[in-house]
Structure formats: structure tokens, C-alpha cells
Design a protein around this ligand. Structure first.
Ligand code: DGL
Length: 264
């Protein structure tokens, strides 16, 4: 009988963005074996319908179930708003970690009383995001900025070209003009732009994301269920619905290791 504690954790994103979360999980839980599915053939999720995203999430969840994954991490804000409730209903006993923009910590941290949110159109338009603002952002002004085009550039491995700089500057400028001192990265692709963002915003502006909090939540859930692995971890495995060759090329830039990449 295989020891379920040694089973892998499945991590999913529309593309390479979830690698920013995978990195945090690996740092906090190095003994866990990790499986990662990137639906790169269907990016950007930010411009897709919730129905489409839910269907893709169901397929990925079935895939991870068949691989014996002991937990699922939706390393994607857009997929979480569209599909986490549906997945939790389908798999009531499976630990599922979703993610949402860090509105609560940002509202607590801001001194200017103005918080900016960079996220996808899908996340910003969702009822779940509206509920998050209702709950935690009553006393602050929140400036939301959808960022079409950023995900496509990051997927191509572009983290600092002139085109990327120009587009990012266009999205960041209105936040700075509004007096934001705290900027939430509400999409898992954007943490890869932190070096570029640091050139664009004053040092007094805090830039926050939720990758580390997701890793801590995964640890909590696994611990509660006595599912933490005691290692050693298997090498991470990756699946992509687009070109495995492209994914293999971009992986060292975003994950810092070369591992196994297959077609999803
Ligand atoms: N990485 C995803 C998120 O956290 C979305 C990217 C996309 O639009 O595909 O929202």
C-alpha cells in the first residue's frame, strides 16, 4: 500500500505564471513532489469565459486525480474565481488551495489609504473580487487596473523588452498618479515583473503578492490531514497544452531548474 504522504501535489495555472507559486511551495516544502500543468494552449484565461475556465479546470483536476495527487493548488487568481467552488463541490475531501488578490493585507498596510490592484479582466470583473472588496476594503480607496497583453509577453519569456516596459508603464502610471502606496499583484504571472516594477515605482510603494501565503495555506492543510511528506521529493514534472519545447526553453528563466516536460 503506497504511503499517501509521499503522493505529489498538483499545481495548475493557465500558463507559466503559477511557477511563481510553485517556487514558493518548493521553498517552504522542499520535501514535497510537485506536478505542474500549464494550459499554455489557452492563455490568456483573463479574457476567457468562466464556463470555459471551469471546464478546463475540471479536466486538469481529473488528470491530477488520476496521477494520485494528494492536494490541488490553483496557482491562478482567474481560475480560482471561476472554478474553485465547482472543484470543491466535486471533490469535497480533496484539499484544494485557491488564491485571491491580497486585498486584506494591502488594506491593513496602506498609509496613503489608496491601494492599486493589477490583475486580469476576469478577476477584476468577478463577483468574488467584488465580495473581497466589500469585506476588506471599506476604509481604503482601491484603484483596479486590468492588464491585457502582459500575460502573453511573459509567456513568450519577455520580462524586460521595450514593448514590455511600455505596456507595464501604461498600467502602473494611473496607480501612481492616484496616490497608491501599495500595489497588489493579483495575477500569478506578474511577480516575474518585480525587477521591472522596482524600476518604475518609488521605493516607498510596497508591491505585494500571495504566492508565499498560498504555500503556507497548503502546508496548513496538509499538516491538518497528516499528509506532509517526509521526502525525498521526486523531480518536479510539467505538462503543457502548447509546445513542450517552448516550455522547456522558458523553464530555466522562471523555475531555475530543468525538469521533465510533457504534452497535456
Ligand atoms: N496567472 C493567471 C492569474 O493568476 C491568469 C493569466 C491569464 O490570463 O491566463 O490570474
Amino acid at each position: 500500500m503506497p504511503d499517501v504522504r509521499q503522493a505529489p501535489v498538483g499545481v495548475f495555472d493557465s500558463g507559466v505564471g503559477g511557477l511563481s507559486v510553485l517556487g514558493e511551495i518548493h521553498r517552504l516544502l522542499p520535501q514535497e513532489s510537485l506536478l505542474y500543468v500549464a494550459d499554455c494552449g489557452n492563455i490568456p484565461y483573463g479574457e476567457k469565459s468562466p464556463e470555459f475556465i471551469r471546464e478546463r479546470c475540471r479536466q486538469v483536476a481529473e488528470f491530477f486525480q488520476a496521477k494520485g495527487a494528494k492536494a490541488l493548488v490553483l496557482a491562478c487568481n482567474t481560475a480560482t474565481v471561476a472554478a474553485v467552488a465547482d472543484l470543491r463541490e466535486r471533490y469535497p475531501h480533496w484539499p484544494i488551495v485557491g488564491m485571491e488578490p491580497a486585498v486584506k493585507p494591502a488594506a491593513a498596510a496602506t498609509r496613503s489609504g489608496v491601494v492599486g490592484v493589477l490583475a486580469t479582466t476576469g478577476t477584476l470583473q468577478s463577483a468574488k473580487f467584488a465580495a473581497l472588496l466589500d469585506r476588506f476594503a471599506n476604509d481604503v480607496r482601491v484603484i483596479t487596473q486590468p492588464c491585457p497583453g502582459l500575460v502573453e509577453l511573459i509567456e513568450a519569456g519577455d520580462l524586460a523588452s521595450p514593448a514590455m516596459r511600455q505596456l507595464l508603464q501604461r498600467y502602473v502610471t494611473p496607480l501612481l498618479h492616484s496616490g497608491c502606496d501599495t500595489v497588489i499583484l493579483g495575477c500569478t504571472h506578474y511577480p516575474f515583473l518585480k525587477p521591472l516594477l522596482a524600476e518604475m515605482v518609488p521605493a516607498s510603494v510596497a508591491i505585494i503578492d500571495t504566492g508565499a501565503a498560498v504555500a503556507r495555506q497548503l502546508k496548513r492543510l496538509l499538516n491538518e490531514r497528516h499528509l506532509l511528506a517526509d521526502g525525498p521529493a521526486q523531480p518536479a514534472q510539467f505538462w503543457t497544452s502548447a509546445s513542450p519545447d517552448h516550455f522547456r526553453n522558458i523553464l530555466p528563466l522562471l523555475w531555475n531548474k530543468s525538469d521533465i516536460v510533457q504534452s497535456f
